[in-house]
Design a protein around this ligand. Structure first.
Ligand SMILES: NC(=O)c1ccc[n+]([C@@H]2O[C@H](COP(=O)([O-])OP(=O)(O)OC[C@H]3O[C@@H](n4cnc5c(N)ncnc54)[C@H](O)[C@@H]3O)[C@@H](O)[C@H]2O)c1
Length: 431
């Protein structure tokens, strides 16, 4: 075993994390929990100050878990120079898309510049941000070279995608890690380091394999969601219950994984990640037809959902224009407070454009955020009367489905929540 791999396997070392968001903060806290030390660096001084006060900005790390970590080896800082004291740096900064849906690498570039400033002999540098195949070689390898360091002699460079899904189990620390180094030795050293943080490490032969594996995982989800969303539209045409169809197909013990229809895809992973592959494919003059088709179907779902809601009102002799509608759930998925890229918001916007009077109930996202989106807030325990229809767009556990159907004349269920809860109600219309 190489001396650095042995060091990471057997010694108590310090990990540095760049970017303390949904990915970086759980990683830093997990390191503290496993008995390692961690230096978490974030460019946002506001975020660092609130973390230091023991306030976690994300659902997956509770305030008490953060406070425990701060007392047991986690240092949080806005000073990048503190990273120079670490043995390994994990880059967890955002990787959004630009205006023309091309990768916006500005955060990864900035983190790479930080690496150039702080890299020291013996360090491991691992990129975790989701990105196109080739990024680690294109941006991180030159960043360590600019520090005067040579891969496999002074430093080790790898890519390891984060696969956590906020609000869902399992969480960081329980999910196997795919690890690919820029060389076989870098893979060995990175795998040794990750073995101290997660229970299972799957080594691959290059950073590009690891980068593309992450994109395949999320493209698989986007394509299958697109497929079932198209099936939902067909089933509605044929007057067949799509939810019953999926449940029936899911009884097959092999060869079928159920995906469920919904008002569209949201969040900052499923709608975005396949676009990294599409972009890279265009550069190689290759057409990614599945990705493009899934995107077309999924991005049309909010409008389709709004049309189905209009139909439900029409069947009761009501127009969308001027009708009070209660939008229920604006987060992009159940039980998270995150409404970025949420399809629910796109549905409400489509209804508002047609003149509906929208109010919003979301016990998880909370009143301040709903108001910032420009909608009047209905408190969870407040009265639901006066609405012609409730559009259940994100089915948080905290939503009282029985009460909703009892108090609002029609519920449009875009998530199959009533069916899953075994609640049969005559006034519930499903997508
Ligand atoms: N959120 C998820 O569910 C998820 C899951 C898997 C992978 N990812 C990927 O992980 C990466 C990070 O995503 P996230 O959701 O944690 O983002 P986030 O926006 O929650 O957090 C990113 C943090 O990085 C900080 N930051 C930005 N630029 C920085 C810099 N140059 N130096 C230091 N700090 C900087 C920001 O202030 C912010 O606190 C992205 O590539 C994303 O696609 C996200």
């Amino acid at each position: 075993m190489h001396e650095r791999a042995r060091h990471f396997s057997t010694q108590t070392w310090t990990g540095g994390v760049i970017g303390l968001g949904y990915v970086g903060l759980p990683l830093a806290v997990t390191m503290a929990r496993t008995g390692l030390s961690a230096v978490g660096y974030d460019v946002s001084t506001e975020r660092v100050e609130s973390l230091r006060r023991g306030r976690s900005p994300i659902d997956d790390v509770t305030d008490s878990e953060l406070q425990w970590a701060l007392e047991h080896g986690l240092e949080v800082t806005a000073d990048p120079a503190r990273l120079a004291t670490t043995d390994a740096i994990f880059i967890c900064v955002p990787s959004p898309l630009g205006r023309n849906r091309e990768p916006d690498l500005s955060h990864i570039r900035a983190a790479a510049a930080t690496v150039t400033d702080v890299a020291r002999p013996g360090m491991l540098v691992s990129l975790e941000s989701t990105t196109y195949p080739g990024t680690t070689e294109d941006l991180i390898v030159p960043a360590v070279a600019a520090a005067g360091l040579t891969v496999d002699v002074d430093v080790f460079v790898a890519f390891s995608p984060e696969r956590v899904s906020p609000g869902d189990k399992p969480t960081t620390g329980d999910i196997p890690k795919v690890v690919g180094g820029v060389t076989a030795l870098s893979t060995e050293v990175a795998a040794a380091a990750y073995s101290r943080i997660v229970p299972d490490v799957h080594r691959v032969s290059s950073t590009r394999v690891a980068e593309m594996a992450k994109l395949l995982e999320n493209t698989y989800r986007a394509v299958n969601i697109g497929l079932v969303n198209e099936m939902a539209q067909l089933a509605a045409e044929l007057d067949i219950d799509i939810w019953e169809v999926v449940d029936a197909a899911a009884t097959k013990p092999f060869g079928f994984q159920p995906f469920y229809p919904g008002p569209g895809v949201g969040g900052h992973c499923i709608p975005l990640d396949p676009q990294f592959l599409s972009w890279r494919a265009r550069e190689a003059n290759f057409a990614t037809r599945f990705i493009d088709l899934a995107e077309q179907v999924n991005t049309k779902m909010p409008d389709y959902t709004a049309s189905r809601i209009a139909d439900a009102l029409n069947e009761r002799g009501l127009a969308v224009y001027g009708t009070p509608i209660l939008g229920v759930g604006i987060a992009y998925k159940p039980n998270v407070a995150d409404d970025r890229e949420s399809a629910s918001l796109a549905v409400l916007e489509a209804l508002a454009k047609r003149g509906a009077r929208i109010s919003v109930l979301d016990p998880v996202v909370g009143a301040a955020r709903i108001e910032s989106r420009g909608y009047p807030v209905i408190e969870p325990d407040g009265p639901y009367d006066g609405f012609a229809l409730a559009a259940l767009l994100t089915d948080h556990d905290a939503i009282d489905l029985e009460r909703l159907a009892a108090e609002v004349p029609v519920v449009f269920d875009a998530r199959g929540a009533y069916r899953r809860a075994g609640l049969a109600r005559d006034n519930v219309v499903s997508l």
